[in-house]
Design a protein around this ligand. Structure first.
Ligand code: NAD
Length: 355
């Protein structure tokens, strides 16, 4: 039986990197067909919304989706489609492996990290009050009264909710993944020394749940120190679990350790649906140039194939990727090469044929 998967090409470099991913998956022998559903700025012009209901319906029907990046206007304009999809489908776990392939130039060796980022709460909840609005004034008045602390009248306010429910399920996900993937250590990342209520709750939940997994080494690290530790000795860490914002920042840092954003894949997973996408954004300055590295999107496709139990096809692509990087001849600009995205993909597919 074929798996039907929703494909959201995205914008900027999205259509080209997802195109390379589709070609690779089709060549892998996986039993997958793609159902295209467009979202983002282009659709906004046609449909009046950047995330039409039929996109969500398609993902709900197929249960599995893969997407390219989608541009989010900065400061004003529509809210992030990426965040909206994660919230609407309750894709609470963001899984981002950061593994260094031999052959890729990096000051590090043996980096093999997995970031498990909470995907629905924290400062990403989208509860924001713009400066000067009656709502902002009301929120400020209430908070000043309750907290007995001053907030300047010309402030904007963003709310950071972190719940026991949200923390428990992401931390449990991190440990269950550690058990399944034979991992040795889970580190909870937080800033509980300063944000005692919210990050304090996340840390308290992590410490409580850690007791259920005695075979795994559990510890925690304050996010600023975590950044320094990751730059100095990333090989000492294994799984990092974090609230939404720190998880996002640390993901990009970890992408930098393994050769850059062109490499780093991701998965957004909930109890009902799963949506796969690279860590990187739409990199508009490279759009249409066939220049960027499609590996992050192809590797997100590998994660999707494993999710669909298409292990043989996933291994086939992964082994060919390893060979392409080991050889180091046909690689894109970000890794010091001259190949276009298409040339890289052609070479990868050729290697798959030889595997
Ligand atoms: P970005 O990740 O798009 O690009 C930052 C830089 O990383 C690029 O200029 C490029 O040098 C490098 N890069 C990114 N992808 C690469 C690839 N495949 N190969 C080689 N190099 C690559 O980040 P940004 O410029 O901050 O964001 C651009 C837009 O993307 C924004 O609108 C942002 O909101 C959006 N975004 C979307 C997602 C998503 O769809 N999930 C994620 C992050 C950012």
């Amino acid at each position: 039986m074929k798996h039907t998967v929703t494909l959201i090409p995205g914008d900027g470099i999205g259509p080209e990197v997802t195109g390379h991913m589709v070609r690779t998956i089709e060549a892998s022998g996986a039993k997958v067909v793609f159902e295209i559903a467009e979202a983002g700025e282009k659709v906004m012009k046609k449909e009046g919304t950047p995330l039409p209901e039929y996109v969500l319906d398609s993902v709900k029907k197929n249960k599995t989706a893969i997407k390219g990046p989608i541009t989010t206007p900065v400061g004003s304009g529509f809210r992030s489609i990426n965040v909206a999809l994660r919230q609407a489908l309750d894709l609470y776990a963001c899984l981002r492996p950061a593994k260094l392939y031999p052959g890729i130039s990096s000051p590090y060796k043996d980096v093999d990290l997995v970031i498990v980022r909470e995907n629905t709460e924290d400062l990403y909840a989208g509860i924001e009050f713009f400066k000067g609005t009656p709502e902002a004034k009301q929120v400020i008045d209430i908070v000043v009264e309750l907290s007995k602390k001053n907030i300047r009248e010309d402030s904007a306010v963003s709310i950071k909710p972190i719940s026991v429910y949200g923390s428990e399920r992401i931390i449990r996900f991190a440990y269950d993944y550690a058990v399944k993937d034979n991992r040795k250590r889970v580190t909870a990342v937080h800033k509980a020394n300063i944000m005692k209520a919210t990050d304090g709750l996340f840390l308290e939940t992590a410490r409580k749940l850690a007791k259920n997994y005695p075979s795994i080494r559990s510890d925690d690290c304050i996010v600023d120190n975590m950044c320094m530790q990751l730059v100095k000795k990333p090989q000492e860490y294994d799984i990092l679990t974090a609230p939404n914002l720190y998880g996002d920042i640390i993901s990009d840092l970890c992408a930098g350790l393994i050769g850059g954003l062109g490499i780093a894949p991701g998965a957004n997973i909930g109890d009902k649906y799963a949506l796969f996408e690279p860590v990187h954004g739409s990199a508009p300055k490279y759009a249409g140039m066939d220049k960027v590295n499609p590996t992050a999107t192809i590797s997100s496709g590998i994660l999707m194939l494993r999710h669909l139990k298409e292990e043989k096809a996933a291994d086939r692509i992964e082994n060919a990727l390893k060979e392409v990087f080991r050889e180091g001849k046909v690689i894109t600009y970000d890794l010091g090469g001259k190949a276009s995205g298409s040339e890289f993909t052609d070479h990868l597919i050729k290697k798959m044929g030889q595997a």
